[in-house]
Design a protein around this ligand. Structure first.
Ligand code: GRF
Length: 206
């Protein structure tokens, strides 16, 4: 696939960036319909920044702290960087900042996230510990469109893993992470090829 038809993707991270790495690795395949054109972190110390640079990917850091509570100003800075790099699609990959409805609405249908649980179960944080505490026998990961409500957008892909006797949040997280690395590149491929989209609900004629 030519560079002109591949979608330009920004991956937004805050930490180690293992899902980011899975996306970068998938996009090395010439027939993959997207290229990772940019990695952005709100955390200057994110380990994923080094991993991205080592893979030859352009990185940007937009530290959220100087913006204080002003989420709009942070997002304006983010938007400027995304536009400067002609970004078509955004993948959130362990990005630990809440985005405003204005931002997610502006990118609706072009911004996706990976969540370490089988949504709609276990929205929010500490999903593995909560799944164990709830006695879940199956757990997993979900890739979904981002909408203003957190972890509530339409689902693109899911993968389930068993919860095993003796699991700790760490052992369960590691099992889930392995399937995250499979479904995120697959979901981005589907989005970049136009095989998934957020539908619009039309009102019936009165
Ligand atoms: C993953 O478990 C992802 O599902 C969640 O945050 C974690 C990020 O891990 N949103 P990594 O930075 O991709 O390694």
């Amino acid at each position: 696939m030519s560079e002109h038809t591949r979608k330009r993707v920004a991956v937004l991270i805050s930490g180690r960036g293992s899902n980011m790495t899975a996306l970068i690795d998938a996009a090395k395949e010439p027939s993959y319909p997207a290229e990772i054109a940019l990695v952005v972190s709100n955390n200057p110390d994110a380990a994923g920044l080094g991993r991205a640079r080592a893979a030859g990917i352009v990185t940007a850091t937009i530290d959220h702290r100087p913006f204080g509570k002003d989420r709009e100003a942070f997002e304006h800075a983010l938007q400027r960087v995304l536009e400067a790099h002609h970004i078509d699609l955004i993948c959130l990959a362990g990005f630990m900042r809440l985005l405003t409805a204005a931002f997610t609405s502006a990118w609706q249908g072009r911004i996706i996230n990976i969540h370490p649980a089988l949504l709609p179960a276990f929205r929010g944080l500490d999903t593995h510990a909560r799944a164990l505490a709830a006695g879940a026998t199956t757990h997993g990961a979900t890739v979904h469109f981002v909408v203003p409500e957190m972890d509530a957008g339409p689902i693109i892909a899911q993968a389930a893993v068993p919860v095993l006797a003796g699991d700790t949040p760490e052992t369960l997280a590691a099992r889930v992470l392995r399937v995250e690395h499979e479904i995120y590149p697959a979901a981005l491929r589907a989005l970049a090829e136009g095989r998934v989209a957020i539908g619009t609900i039309k009102k019936p004629p009165v």
